[in-house]
Design a protein around this ligand. Structure first.
Ligand code: HEM
Length: 540
């Protein structure tokens, strides 16, 4: 096929041939140039992983599980920090604990930004604004992050005691109800109870609304849409974010799906906000973020910012907490984990000889060292947000003689860092809460599951308290025993059924709950809690 139609130019044959040759050379040069060009050119001094393909870069080799492939590249190429190409986007990946810490803490002001992606930012977030975790750093993000920080800070925890009490009571109440027929022989999947626990907490925080049934249709809709959106945020599911040509593919199903999910999400977010408005009008509203903002005429937040804060908190916790707590229960249910359970139970009984006191105090304080160790280990070992949330540089970073330029995507491989043997020792790939109890336990940042530095997780205090309260109440009520037919997968990579999603979804497994303590003890705790929490919050 002729590259150019030169017949009308009446050129002498030699000139024409030369032009053809030049055009061919140009094309041969241009095609590779255009198909391997990246937003930021190769950085000298930081190794690039070899064998990037034209157009795709490393996207195809990375497959669905970026964290595990990058962890393997770190070992194979013996370099904890390297460059990769995601289509037309160059990114620096940080894998070791020491380098993640250095990037997120020492350079925290340089990596305060987040990259903008076509599908998530352009399509899904076009109506309710960006969540805080996906907002680039600007004046609005600063306002939203400080509003969230105020609502989720340590001094606010006591305002949420009623909610912690009520939700953890409902968690154990329904587990008890559903296992009661089998006399300790019935197996259940704990995840759906924990999903409601996490989601109700953030819905209460944001809107003063909760749903009592684990099968509530609105609850299931929020969980389904949220999980589907989490899938659309990951690089492996969204080649069109990095290969712009794909956006214009006829009948683009990604675009259609994104718009459909956005509309479904808008619908329930608007219903929730309208219910809060209605409660304010009738004087029946409960203290919550949206009511506080809606009632406060002084605040500087726009309507979209209020929606964005609520959306950030709802989406921040509804998968991360179930991912962590469900997998933790899985590990505790195994024969090795039952030893940890017994020690945690002894720890509880030594501080609270009367189990009713354990129930009464489980949401006001985190004083049980063994339970705290289990929580840290669960968060570390099951790094539910394996590649954390991407960052972007706002200024050049000097890195061991190289310069990582402004506007560069930085990917933090939290899974790799959390299993780094140089930091956690040779048993880094083992679930062992006791590592946090010995004197040599790491100080400072303990693990990278909540990120670190200027954009670290705003909800980590609430998350820890939720995990603590639930674990104390479950462990002092039941011994958790893994199903023989459907045991948990406790491998720190393979436990995850959705490797390409932003947040892990543990594979389904069954457990038996065998009553502990004296006859009638649990019933008494439940009855007392039921009296206490009566009328705390309105049902959605
Ligand atoms: C086990 C539970 C949780 C885990 C593992 C988790 C993990 C994370 C991670 C890895 C980040 C990114 C940090 C970084 O870039 O350095 C993040 C950000 C965030 N998380 Fe969480 N999170 C959890 C629970 C929650 C909860 C319960 C909330 C809210 C109620 C929440 C709200 C947020 C917000 C608002 C951000 C964005 C911060 C920013 O970009 O400035 N998270 N979380």
């Amino acid at each position: 096929m002729a590259l150019l139609d030169l017949s009308s130019y009446n050129l002498i044959p030699d000139t024409q041939t030369s032009i053809y040759i030049l055009a061919a050379i140009g094309t041969l040069y241009l095609i590779p140039h255009l198909t391997t060009r990246t937003d930021i050119p190769l950085i000298t001094g930081i190794p690039e992983i070899p064998h990037a393909l034209p157009i795709f870069g490393h996207l195809l080799t990375l497959g669905a599980d970026h964290a595990t492939v990058c962890e393997a590249w770190w070992r194979q190429h013996r370099t904890p920090v390297f460059q990769i190409r995601l289509g037309n986007t160059r990114a620096v990946v940080i894998n070791s604990f020491a380098d993640c810490k250095r990037m997120l803490i020492t350079h925290q002001s340089a990596v305060i930004d987040r990259p903008k992606l076509y599908t998530f930012h352009g399509l899904i977030s076009s109506t309710q604004g960006f969540t805080i975790g996906s907002s680039p750093w600007d004046a609005s993000c600063k306002l939203k992050r400080s509003a969230a920080g105020r609502a989720l800070g340590r001094s606010k925890l006591k305002d949420y005691y009623d909610m912690f009490d009520l939700e953890s009571y409902c968690l154990v109440r329904d587990l008890a109800k559903d296992v009661s027929d089998g006399g300790g022989t019935k197996e259940i999947d704990v995840r759906k109870y924990i999903q409601r626990y996490a989601l109700n907490t953030t819905l209460t925080l944001c809107y003063g609304i909760r749903m009592d049934s684990v099968d509530d249709s609105m609850l299931r809709e929020i969980l389904e849409v949220g999980s589907a959106i989490s899938l659309l945020r990951s690089a492996s599911e969204n080649y069109q974010d990095y290969i712009p040509l794909l956006r214009y593919w006829p009948n683009n199903s990604k675009n259609r799906r994104s718009c459909e999910l956005r509309d479904r999400r808008d619908k329930y977010l608007n219903v929730l906000l309208d219910q809060t408005r209605e409660m304010i009008k009738n004087g029946t509203d409960k203290p919550c973020i949206s009511a506080a903002i809606l009632k406060d005429e002084e605040n500087k937040l726009s309507g979209v910012e209020v929606s964005s804060i609520c959306l950030s908190l709802v989406s921040g916790g509804f998968e991360t907490i179930p991912g962590t707590l469900t997998s933790c229960i899985g590990s505790l249910s195994t024969p090795a984990g039952q030893v940890f359970q017994e020690r945690a139970y002894e720890d509880i009984k030594s501080l609270y000889p009367d189990v009713r006191d354990a129930w009464r105090n489980s949401y006001q304080e985190e004083r049980l060292p063994y339970v705290n160790a289990i929580i840290k280990e669960a968060a570390r070992y099951y790094t539910v947000s394996a590649m954390s949330l991407p960052r972007k540089t706002v200024e050049d970073i000097e890195w061991d003689g190289a310069v990582i330029p402004k506007n560069m995507m930085i990917l933090i491989n939290a899974q790799a860092a959390n299993h780094d043997i140089d930091h956690f020792g040779p048993d880094a790939a083992t679930f062992n809460p006791e590592r946090w109890l010995n004197k040599k336990a790491p100080i400072g940042i303990q693990h990278l599951s909540f990120g670190a530095g200027s954009r670290a997780c705003s909800g980590q205090l609430i998350a820890s308290r939720l995990l603590y309260t639930a674990l104390v109440r479950i462990i002092c009520s039941y011994k958790i025993v893994a199903s023989e037919e459907m045991p948990p997968n406790t491998d720190y990579v393979e436990y995850n059924a959705a490797k390409s999603a932003l947040v892990a979804i543990p594979r389904a497994f069954g457990v038996r709950l065998v009553s502990r303590g004296e006859e009638g003890e649990l019933e008494e705790c439940l009855e007392e809690a039921s009296e206490r929490v009566k009328g705390f919050y309105r049902e959605g």
